[in-house]
Design a protein around this ligand. Structure first.
Ligand SMILES: Cc1cc2nc3c(=O)[nH]c(=O)nc-3n(C[C@H](O)[C@H](O)[C@H](O)COP(=O)(O)O)c2cc1C
Length: 207
């Protein structure tokens, strides 16, 4: 793996500071071993009751990528016509923009949870508490992937606009559990500065 995966020597704090959402990727292919490394970082995340409530579908093949993106496009069209009628048009156009990024990304990893049912499933209070813990666990797993991507010189984009084609993508992938997010990956072709953050003083109470 060491010939294919080049590590930058950096602290975790540095990786946190260097990470950006990357929306322009070079066309260079990325190696399966690089994605395996990111997924093993994801799987090292803590999880509620150590249930490890995650599963991954890696789309790297160009023909498959086009198929998935076409399914997503149909889903967004459907959302615009039926599911999100009257929603701000900017929300749908933002989803289309995300799709155009995914069409050019050398790899996109879809993250599903077999432990959480699809959106809209009625839940008891206890079940919804478990769902909450599992979604947090998956957030930690995704962030681990993103930070390891920084360490090996890859850019990433965490994507929830897949929700605008939720039904279509879940049907396409034939997955029973919740589609939580997708992450597009590739060699960055931009170096954006840090996006603004709220000042810590506004966010923290010291008691
Ligand atoms: C849960 C989540 C969902 C996101 N979904 C999208 C998305 O669908 N499309 C997109 O372009 N960016 C998406 N982003 C990226 C955010 O826009 C980005 O993290 C934020 O603007 C801060 O920029 P930074 O990541 O460069 O610090 C998402 C981020 C998170 C954490």
């Amino acid at each position: 793996m060491s010939e294919i995966v080049n590590y930058k020597m950096m602290t975790v704090t540095q990786a946190i500071k260097d990470r950006r959402s990357i929306r322009k990727f070079k066309p260079d292919r990325i190696a399966k071993q690089q994605i395996e490394l990111l997924i093993s970082s994801a799987c090292a995340a803590p999880s509620g009751k150590n249930r490890q409530p995650w599963e991954f579908i890696v789309v790297m093949d160009e023909i498959e990528r086009d198929k998935v993106c076409n399914v997503m496009e149909q889903g967004i069209d459907q959302s615009e016509k039926e599911r999100f009628v009257g929603t701000q048009p900017a929300i749908i156009s933002s989803a289309r923009n995300t799709l155009s990024i995914m069409r050019k990304a050398p790899a996109t990893v879809f993250i599903f949870s077999p432990d959480i049912p699809h959106i809209g499933t009625p839940r008891t209070l206890l079940e919804s508490l478990y769902d909450l813990a599992f979604v947090q666990s998956i957030g930690a797993a995704i962030q681990n992937m993103l930070l390891s991507a920084v360490e090996i010189g890859l850019g990433s984009l965490w994507i929830c606009d897949v929700y605008f084609a939720y039904e279509e993508l879940v049907k396409y992938f034939q997955q029973d559990g919740l589609m939580v997010a997708a992450v597009s990956l590739g060699v960055p072709d931009e170096m954006p500065g840090m996006r603004p953050r709220k000042p810590i003083e506004e966010l923290v109470q010291w008691r």
